[in-house]
Write a protein that binds this ligand. Sequence first.
Ligand SMILES: [Zn+2]
Length: 66
Amino acid sequence: MPTYDFRCADCGHKFTVLVSISEKDKVTCPACSSKEVQQLITGCAVRTGGGACDLPAPGGGYAGGG
Ligand SMILES: [Zn+2]
């Protein structure tokens, strides 16, 4: 079963969950129980049809902050 990274739109908490695709809609923030969570696209999780796995983060934001 794959893992998915999410970020809470409510409190900004980032977390990883282990769920099936059909359960992704039911993911809630473990910090504030908000349902307003956004899935983060990570590494090789998604193949767009011929491309490298180590794509740079489009929006950045992984370093620092918090
Ligand atoms: Zn939250």
